[in-house]
Design a binder for this molecule. Structure first.
Ligand code: URA
Length: 423
């Protein structure tokens, strides 16, 4: 087989054969025979010509087969996980994983680090003193048996073809292709060994997919891929125009997740967590009431056990930024929106996120929203609080976020956070 023939077939709009797909993915993943420019050309041809359902299913299977698959069949609880396409202030996993475990499921969440303006779950968890992201497969199974909840770093042998292809797509303008995104996400989740999966597909100005029609298309493609691989999959479309909750930044978000786990926290975070928990429990065949379990404190206890099992110590407190400043309202009126994108970029510039995957992140940097959508504000009233250990960043970031809080004369009713379910 020749890479050039595969590239030209796709370029000319032909359906790739299963043999072509298997050969291309396994050979590229091993390295050597297929040059990066040939893989990039194929990604671009897929970007323009798409993939049939049969191609996409085979492509995803080949990506899974490029590495190892975890075997969770020894567990006596049903396994179910959640994946989010990424949002600003999205600390849902920190609450949802222990909550669904406390309801009787095993949640094997392998997660990544943040890149760009949305944060990564591992970066958030690492703001807890001592917490270690890396678990061996055996340690993961043991923790799932004992506690039912794991948040850990995906190892290099889970879908290695995706790691290589994603890095290439990132520098060749081919990230935003629905089949390439769907196969990338689903290959990693299916390789994790979960029986069921709920996808939180974000829609809106702060999301990877701003357009609802495209988000629906992505969700449907991933749901089909899950089904074809024996993983019961449902997608929830949720809004990502405003910051989720009141904080964006690693330790700040852990604090807020703990607030929800102890019965408080912002309403939108609670609503979305419970909606996703209900879907996960439905797929796992468990008849539990997640709101009651959250209120009972059992999810909090599970969170503490999950953290301690990975070396974390919550009694040492969460780190706090050395410097803070506030951004004030420029006029009176009602808060109509708190732009997820602008706040996400601000948190990132304050040190909470990374531009390149090798960059370090600050545990303490971030943004706290001091007002909610719907609140009345007066000129000069503090609306955002910026946190950082590097005071030289404060003035530039403050200038960036002056328009992040949209204040209008008349109040708009914010639309519900959950838009739809696709299964
Ligand atoms: N996240 C992924 O894991 N892969 C993509 O292609 C896009 C977002």
């Amino acid at each position: 087989m020749r890479a050039l023939d595969v590239v030209t077939a796709k370029r000319d709009g032909h359906e790739l054969t299963p043999e072509q797909i298997d050969w291309f993915i396994s050979t590229y993943s091993r390295g050597g025979e297929i040059a990066d420019e040939q893989a990039a050309a194929l990604a671009m041809a897929i970007f323009f010509n798409g993939m049939t359902d049969a191609e996409l299913t085979r492509w995803t299977s080949a990506m899974i087969a490029s590495g190892t698959t975890l075997d969770l069949s020894s567990l006596d609880r049903p396994t179910v996980d959640k994946h989010s396409t990424g949002g600003v202030g999205d600390k849902i996993s920190l609450i949802l994983v222990p909550l669904v475990a406390a309801c009787g499921a095993a949640v094997p969440q392998l997660s990544g680090r943040g890149l760009g303006h949305t944060g990564g779950t591992l970066d958030k968890m690492e703001s807890i003193a001592g917490w270690q992201p890396q678990l061996s497969p055996a340690a993961m199974v043991h923790q799932l048996e004992k506690i039912g909840a794991v948040i850990a770093g995906a190892t290099a042998d889970i879908a290695p073809a995706d790691r290589k292809l994603y890095a290439l797509r990132d520098v060749t303008g081919t990230v935003e292709s629905i089949p390439l995104i769907a196969s990338s996400i689903m290959s990693k989740k299916i390789a994790e060994g979960t029986d069921a999966l709920v996808l939180d597909v974000k829609v809106g100005s702060g999301a990877f997919m701003a357009d609802e029609a495209r988000a629906r298309e992505l969700a449907a493609a991933m749901v089909r891929l899950g089904g074809h691989h024996g993983v019961a999959t449902t997608a929830v479309l949720s809004r990502m125009d405003n910051v989720l909750g009141r904080t964006a930044g690693n330790a700040l978000e852990v604090r807020e997740a703990l607030d929800v786990l102890t019965g408080g926290g912002p309403g939108d975070v609670v609503t979305l967590t419970l909606a996703l928990a209900q879907e996960m429990l439905r797929l796992a065949g468990l008849d539990a009431d997640p709101a009651a379990v959250l209120a009972s404190g059992a999810a909090h206890d599970t969170f503490v056990r999950m953290v301690e099992a990975q070396g974390g110590d919550l009694t040492r407190g969460l780190p706090e930024a050395l410097h803070r400043s506030v951004v004030t309202a420029r006029r009176s009126g009602t808060v109509n929106a708190i732009s997820a994108r602008e706040v996400g970029v601000a948190a990132w510039r304050l040190g909470a996120g990374r531009a390149r995957k090798e960059d370090p992140v600050s545990a303490t940097a971030g943004v706290v929203c001091l007002v909610d959508v719907g609140d009345e504000v007066e000129p000069g009233q503090p609306v955002l609080e910026l946190h950082t250990d590097d005071p030289s960043r404060l003035a530039t970031v403050a200038a960036l976020v002056t328009e992040a809080v949209d204040i209008a004369d008349a109040a708009l009713t914010p639309p519900p956070i959950v838009i739809d379910r696709i299964d």
